[in-house]
Ligand binder design. Structure first.
Ligand code: DGI
Ligand code: FE
Ligand code: FE
Ligand code: FE
Length: 186
């Protein structure tokens, strides 16, 4: 699948605001891919498709999570579902046959310990794309220009802070990813 074909699908599938966010993730992912030596075509395609399942029916997503042997997700926030389920639906419905893009979409919300550079780029681009505005996003954008590992850690740190402040339950993999990336720096 080419980027333009994916763009048309996403423009039809997502509401305007989420489509605009997605285009921001694509441009940021392109920039980071060139900067950190990741395949530009994979990065832009993964970015274009990363929120494909964002507005799917929650019960449909729950049942697909069970099919994927990720029943554990049912005990956590429904927001987590669209990443792994989106990866699966991109394969089933769009016929995209790429394990690396599948993984990058599946990992884009929580990250994963040891995730490859492509996944790191999508994870960070999602958080810092130009339409995002939250306290600290400017600092995150600067870190992303300096060091990708630091940007992954800083993005997780901001997410964990944000979740703690509203007393949300944190998915263990979010913490595991944070620990793994901090440990890898030592
Ligand atoms: O889909 P986006 O809004 O572009 O961004 P996303 O997929 O990175 O995150 C979606 C939501 O998931 C966001 O509101 C934060 C939330 N989230 C991320 N990690 C965790 C989490 N929510 C909980 N409860 N636990 C987590 O570990
Ligand atoms: Fe998302
Ligand atoms: Fe994210
Ligand atoms: Fe997103």
């Amino acid at each position: 699948m080419r980027l333009e074909e994916a763009r048309q699908i996403i423009e039809r599938t997502l509401p305007e605001r989420r489509y605009v966010h997605t285009l921001g993730v694509v441009e940021t992912a392109r920039h980071l891919a060139l900067k950190y030596g990741v395949d530009e075509e994979e990065a832009t395609l993964a970015a274009m498709l990363h929120d494909y399942a964002k507005y799917r029916d929650t019960n449909e997503m729950r049942s697909i999570a069970v099919e994927l042997n990720q029943r554990v997700l049912l005990d956590y926030d429904d927001e987590l579902l669209h990443a792994p389920v989106g990866a699966e639906l991109v394969r089933r419905e769009l016929g995209l046959d790429s394990d690396v893009i599948y993984q990058a979409i599946a990992n884009h919300t929580t990250g994963a310990p040891g995730m490859p550079l492509l996944d790191q780029i999508i994870f960070v681009a999602d958080a810092i794309e130009p339409n995002r505005s939250y306290p600290g996003v400017e600092a995150l954008r600067e870190v992303a220009e300096q060091d990708l590992t630091d940007a992954v850690i800083a993005t997780l740190s901001q997410t964990i802070h944000f979740l703690c402040k509203k007393q949300a339950i944190i998915f263990p993999r979010t913490i595991e990813t944070y620990n793994a990336f901090v440990a890898a720096k030592r």
